[in-house]
Design a protein around this ligand. Structure first.
Ligand code: PHE
Length: 332
């Protein structure tokens, strides 16, 4: 009797092909679970006459091994055949893990806007190194060694690299452009610059876009008109701006430009750039005939423009990489 039952079980096992992991588990419980078929056979061994116990024991052991191997074998097949949506316990209604989409940093957005604005009126882009020699950063720009004008920019000097600095402005790129001797020049130099400042409106590094235009008969009115175009494009028609006389060693005359903005409900001025007519001494230092050529230059702080545009009052948020801040600039 028992022998027949066992033989029937063999055949039955092989006849069942589970279609999913859940069905496979059902089969496993049916065969090997506590109240399953095989443990049941072991229980029935008690009733088998002693002299046959050995034979039946071996038969059941054999069945158990086969069933175990069979289940193991099926498992790999079922897992391999698993399809999305198959009845394998996967909850298809759960949201997928989407890749999050990044966005441009606000400074990159503004930098690109500025590049586009000046690009529309013919300015190309020139770039240079962030570590430059003192001659390029200062001397060529009318700030000889030990000249007090060097103190206008708190500078990082580079250790073990004699007479090199982290550039304090991108004006050095313009020096390099002038030295190439190809005229006229109409270029902007975007880039990171470094100064030993650190407070809510100054950072030890920030971004500039400096502009340079050199040709015959370039005058202050060209400078003013160029800046007017920039203000109109960046801040909108009717934005008020003013030029205040100022001093830079490399321009003569020099000015600073302020933009009218709304600070805590009150109208106020924010300085956004320095500018002026390139000092003839600078042209001569860079091998350009100052009797024939003249030019203007300006230097815009990208952070300042971004602060005005987005109403940000602490420059440091640009560099903290706080995702809650950065997320706000991802287009919807
Ligand atoms: N290089 C100046 C600065 O970084 C800005 C500037 C550029 C001023 C060109 C005048 C002309 O402060």
């Amino acid at each position: 009797m028992l022998k027949e039952k066992i033989e029937k079980a063999y055949a039955e096992i092989k006849a069942t092909i589970p279609q999913s992991e859940a069905e496979l588990e059902e089969l496993r419980i049916k065969l090997l679970g506590k109240k399953g078929l095989i443990p049941g056979f072991y229980a029935q061994l008690k009733e088998v006459p002693n002299e046959q116990k050995k034979e039946f024991g071996a038969l059941i052991n054999n069945l158990k091994t086969e069933a175990t191997d069979w289940l193991e074998n099926l498992k790999t097949k079922v897992v391999k055949a698993r399809k999305p949506g198959a009845d394998d316990g996967t909850d298809m209604t759960l949201p997928a893990n989407f890749l999050s989409i990044g966005g441009m940093h606000p400074l990159s957005i503004v930098r690109q806007e500025l590049i586009n604005i000046f690009g529309r009126i013919g300015f190309d882009i020139s770039e240079g190194n962030e570590v430059v020699d003192e001659w390029t950063n200062f001397t060529a720009l009318n700030m000889p060694h030990d000249h007090p004008a060097r103190d206008m920019q708190d500078t990082f000097f580079v250790k073990n690299l004699d007479q090199h600095v982290l550039r304090t402005h991108t004006s050095g790129v313009q020096v390099q452009e002038m030295l190439k001797g190809k005229l006229p020049i109409r270029t902007i130099s975007p880039g990171m610059v470094f100064r030993k400042d650190n407070d809510a409106t100054h950072s030890p590094f920030f971004h500039q876009i400096e502009g340079l235009y050199i040709d015959e008969k370039v005058s202050f009115k060209d400078l003013k008109q160029t800046l007017y175009y920039f203000v109109k494009e960046q801040f909108g028609e009717g934005t008020k701006f003013r030029l205040r006389p100022s001093y830079f060693p490399f321009t003569e005359p020099s000015a600073e430009m302020d933009i009218e903005w709304n600070k805590n409900g009150e109208s106020s001025w924010m300085e956004i750039l320095g500018c002026g007519m390139v000092d003839p001494a600078v042209l001569d230092n860079c091998g350009i005939d100052s009797k024939k050529y003249s030019g203007f230059a300006f230097g815009i702080g990208v952070e300042r423009i971004a602060m005005l545009k987005y109403g940000i009052n602490d420059i440091r948020v640009f560099y903290e990489n706080d995702i809650r801040f950065l997320k706000q600039f991802i287009p919807a």
